[in-house]
Design a protein. Structure first.
Length: 605
């Protein structure tokens, strides 16, 4: 009450005072302007002198006499500027050196040119304010009322503002005294009326903040006293209820937070009112707060196939696919109703079980069984066909039988290689593959493996295709810890693939680049390349870009998968970059620690 009364009084006095002072200032400035207005005879005389074009100095002297003849104590200075912007005279004896100089005042220039200008601006000079009146001098005798100059009158406003400040000080002193008396009166009245209510208000604020200590003293039996007693009882009941609810909430939060399954609760309208951290992660949400209030149908992306009525009518299970680019996530959702003892449904609880790993394992198992069955069926069908042909009499033809037996041997060898590759992958998956790592000069080992392919080219008198190997391998020693035989197996596989898919007369480019913390080997062919859609799958088991050609060349579809497992066992990585129709480049990155060797011959030994 005191504050409202004081502010009302203060605002009223401030508004009245501001209006009063502003009006007084405006009237005072208008009075000054009227006092410094030049008489018509003076402006006519100045105009007549500026129209003359004879003796320049004589005209200036006449203008000076005219200005000095004006007897007005309010005026501080009068100056005359001709149509060319040249100061022709001034009443200020200390500014006579400015005569015959060009004026720099933009407002005066605007008045001379007939443009819009400020007729009575207020200027500040030497910490003093001046009222300036700019009046063009017009030659009334000319046909076009040509402006022949401007007379500028300045009056010191400091006495005027000093008077205004004194008046304002008197007014605001009286206003301050009135406000002070009003504050004292309002405080006395408000304290007598509002003290009991203030105590109740403080008590309720502490209750709202969780502080239930203390009691309100009941000083009377009136309505305010009864209110104080009821607030004391209410605080006790709220404290008991809050403690019970807080204990249950903490226990529930602990259970939900450490659950491996996602849990979501909704109200009876299907809007989410609780979600745990696991559910936020599984559903790929930004945070839990963003999901609060959202429809469960929208969050689970089932609005097209399910309605809220379907979820409320009974418990059910749904399989949800929340996979995104680079992230697989499959969930099994279980729905349960929240019902009161009366049977009223107040919401739904959804439990999300992550079945991604199970789904992936099942999918890989199905794919693996399908691939193995398909890969083995082809050579077995071929073997069965040739065996049937031999049994039907082809065995009696020696030449034909020899050809058939050669085919049977090739297909059998292919199945043996496939089974060996499968066994090797099985050992890798189970972690039983033996790896004998040692420090190897990777440059020399890479060159050694490539030398074998150069010898194959040199010793083959009738090759199916010709190719050459271009090397970009530094001679410096780079020592990497790996299994030489396994590494040779990887390079052999990549080189054989490059030879298979390179055109006749193609060039296979091999490189080795030292990146200080890792060394990168690359093998580039000039083959047909890999389609962009297949680049991410070339290291999958049994995957072939050109299935017919790979089988015709005896490939098992497991070489790159084995190479990837071996390289990762070395702590490295393998990848491919390819442009369809322009060839492919396979990269191998192997980590190593640079060594400062005093005697490299010891390492070579």
């Amino acid at each position: 009450m005191a504050l409202v009364f004081t502010l009302t009084l203060l605002v009223t006095l401030e508004v009245v005072g501001a209006f009063f002072v502003k009006q007084l200032e405006r009237q005072s400035l208008d009075t000054v302007k009227s006092q410094i207005a030049l008489k018509p005879y003076a402006t006519d005389t100045l105009t007549a002198e500026l129209v003359k074009s004879d003796d320049y100095d004589k005209i200036n002297e006449e203008i000076y006499k005219t200005l000095n003849s004006i007897n007005n104590p309010t005026i501080s200075e009068i100056s005359v500027v001709d149509a060319n912007g040249v100061i022709r005279g001034t009443s200020d004896v200390n500014a006579q050196e400015t005569i015959n100089r060009k004026t720099t005042d933009s407002n005066i220039k605007a008045a001379l040119s007939g443009n819009k200008y400020n007729k009575s601006p207020i200027e500040e000079s030497n910490d003093k304010r001046y009222q300036v009146v700019v009046k063009p001098l017009v030659n009334a005798q000319s046909t076009d009322n040509r402006i022949v100059g401007v007379v500028v009158v300045r009056a010191n406003l400091e006495p005027t503002y000093k008077s205004l400040n004194n008046i304002a000080l008197i007014f605001f002193s009286a206003a301050f005294l009135a406000v002070l008396l009003g504050v004292i009166m309002s405080i006395i009245i408000s304290q007598s009326l509002a003290q009991p209510i203030t105590e109740i208000n403080d008590r309720t604020l502490r209750i709202a903040q969780g502080d239930y200590t203390g009691e309100i003293q009941v000083r009377s039996n009136d309505e305010i006293g009864q209110l104080a007693e009821n607030v004391n009882i209410l605080a006790l009941r709220i404290e008991e209820t809050t403690n019970s609810i807080d204990f249950e909430r903490r226990r529930l939060d602990s259970v939900l937070e450490y659950m491996t399954d996602g849990v979501i609760a909704t109200d009876r309208r299907g809007n989410i009112n609780m979600i745990n951290t696991t559910a936020v992660h599984d559903l790929n949400l930004k945070d839990g707060n963003s999901a609060i209030g959202e429809s469960i149908l929208d969050v689970l992306h089932i609005e097209e196939n399910q309605t809220l009525r379907d979820l409320l009518e009974g418990s059910q299970e749904l399989f949800l696919d929340f996979s995104t680019n680079g992230r697989d996530m499959y969930l099994q959702a279980y729905f349960s109703l929240i019902q009161r003892s009366s049977g009223f449904v107040s919401g739904i609880v959804i439990v999300l079980h992550d079945v991604t790993e199970q789904y992936r394992v099942d999918e890989e198992r199905r794919q693996f069984v399908s691939n193995v069955s398909h890969e083995l069926r082809t050579p077995l069908t071929s073997v069965n066909s040739y065996v049937d042909a031999l049994q039907d009499g082809a065995i009696d033809d020696p030449e034909l039988a020899r050809n058939f037996l050669g085919v049977l041997q090739d297909e059998t060898s292919r199945m043996i290689r496939m089974i060996n590759d499968l066994l090797e992958l099985s050992r890798m998956d189970s972690g039983t593959m033996a790896v004998d790592n040692e420090f190897v000069n990777i440059s020399e080992l890479f060159n050694y493996i490539l030398n074998r392919f150069d010898m194959i080219i040199a010793n083959d008198d009738a090759p199916e295709k010709t190719y050459s190997i271009h090397r970009e391998i530094p001679k410096s020693g780079i020592w990497v810890e790996l299994d030489p035989s396994k590494f040779t197996q990887v390079i052999d596989n990549l080189m054989n693939n490059a030879i298979k898919y390179s055109p006749d007369g193609g060039v296979i480019t091999t490189r080795l680049v030292d990146k200080q913390k890792e060394v990168i080997l690359s093998i580039t062919d000039q083959g047909l390349g890999i389609p962009a859609k297949d680049v991410d799958h070339v290291f999958d088991r049994f995957f072939r870009v050109d299935k017919a050609r790979s089988r015709a060349q005896g490939g098992t579809g497991l070489g790159l998968a084995i190479s990837k497992e071996i390289v990762e066992r070395f702590g490295g990585r393998i990848w491919v970059e390819s442009i369809e129709g322009k060839g492919s480049t396979f990269y191998i990155a192997l980590p190593y620690e640079p060594y400062e060797l005093e005697d490299e011959d010891d390492w070579n030994d």
